[in-house]
Design a protein around this ligand. Structure first.
Ligand SMILES: NC(=O)c1ccc[n+]([C@@H]2O[C@H](COP(=O)([O-])OP(=O)(O)OC[C@H]3O[C@@H](n4cnc5c(N)ncnc54)[C@H](OP(=O)(O)O)[C@@H]3O)[C@@H](O)[C@H]2O)c1
Length: 306
């Protein structure tokens, strides 16, 4: 078994005792998908956690990359997400089974509700979110999934789930980098034993140009990207940087051979909150818009086999 599960620095232990590798590989339809990069991440860089979503449209390509890597399925922590138009008692189960089919697996490691928003035609959002959460609890019970959680949920959204749930969400995945660090939400999650996980750790590349990040990187002879990922790891926040380029996938994995000082951490912990990648105002339109999953997907390096 890969050392990510035996080395305590390389995973977090969730409230149900499942070990989640603290470093994962992001994939999405935004900025492209590279088969070669995913194979390389698994085979050559030691990644054992892949983050995706039905919406990204690349689940079936990930199945091909996992197969091509030769890494056993049970070593990989595979996380995907349920899109709001699939929310509901039976539709959530169908969506999970569809993701399993595309990913060529019979169980998922983690399944997240992608957004707290729902189709605008829905009369009772709270009821639909609660029903969907109940469906996830059943899927957990049926061992279709090992970890259930939510994404982009603020305190008020989590409260709706906590009111009725029998399983407290194991994870809440949200935007997280020094320029968007929701400290109050993180504490809210920590107080309830919900693991806060971060996406867009590089602020889609924008954080790499920030002078304080560049200075800290220089002082450790590391890259700005490694500093940002290391900051997340030292903050106990799992991080899922995404790259379609082999050298960057490798670069982003070399985060265990140095440590940020207390002063570095304080500097990054106290940055001006000036970068938000996620455009919340467009989410409702995206949910209500009939565009197919993966509508933006551009394959940078295609799988070798069809
Ligand atoms: N739950 C959600 O709603 C949600 C939302 C957004 C993202 N996510 C997840 O989080 C993952 C990561 O987020 P993200 O893709 O938005 O942003 P990110 O990981 O912060 O940044 C990705 C961008 O940075 C570039 N990059 C990566 N490594 C680099 C390096 N070492 N040096 C220079 N540039 C580098 C990539 O370009 P190249 O590809 O050209 O290298 C890409 O443009 C996604 O893939 C997805 O799995 C989840």
């Amino acid at each position: 078994m890969a050392d990510v599960y035996t080395n305590p620095e390389k995973h977090v232990v969730l409230s149900n005792n499942v070990k989640m590798p603290i470093l994962g590989l992001g994939t999405s339809h935004d900025g492209g998908y590279s088969h070669e990069a995913v194979v390389y991440a698994l085979k050559n860089c030691g990644y054992r956690h892949i983050d995706t979503a039905k919406r990204y449209g690349c689940e079936r390509y990930i199945a091909q990359a996992v197969k091509a890597s030769g890494v056993p399925r049970e070593e990989i922590f595979l996380a995907t997400k349920c899109w709001p138009t699939d929310y509901g008692t039976t539709t959530t189960k169908e969506a999970l089974l569809g993701s399993c089919e595309r990913l060529a697996v019979d169980y998922l490691d983690m399944y997240l509700m992608h957004w707290p928003e729902v189709s605008s035609g829905v009369k009772d959002r709270k009821q639909l979110l609660q029903e969907t959460w109940r469906a996830l609890e059943v899927l957990l019970d049926e061992e279709r999934v090992r970890v259930i959680g939510v994404s982009n949920f603020l305190e008020r959204h989590l409260e709706m789930i906590l009111e009725e749930c029998s399983v407290v969400p194991h994870v809440n995945q949200c935007e997280f980098h020094p320029f968007n660090n929701p400290k109050v939400l993180r504490q809210f999650c920590a107080d309830r034993n919900i693991q806060f996980e971060g996406f867009s750790p590089l602020a889609k590349g924008l954080a790499l140009r920030q002078p304080s990040v560049i200075t800290i990187a220089g002082s450790h002879e590391k890259t700005p990207s490694q500093v940002l990922i290391r900051w997340s790891l030292q903050s106990n926040v799992p991080s899922i940087p995404k790259s379609t380029k082999l050298e960057r996938v490798m670069d982003n994995s070399k985060v265990y051979d140095f440590a940020l000082t207390q002063e570095d951490m304080m500097t990054l912990d106290n940055m001006k909150q000036s970068l938000t990648c996620m455009d919340w105002s467009s989410i409702q339109t995206k949910i209500d818009n009939p565009l197919p999953d993966g509508y933006k997907l551009k394959i940078v390096k295609p799988p070798l086999e069809p």
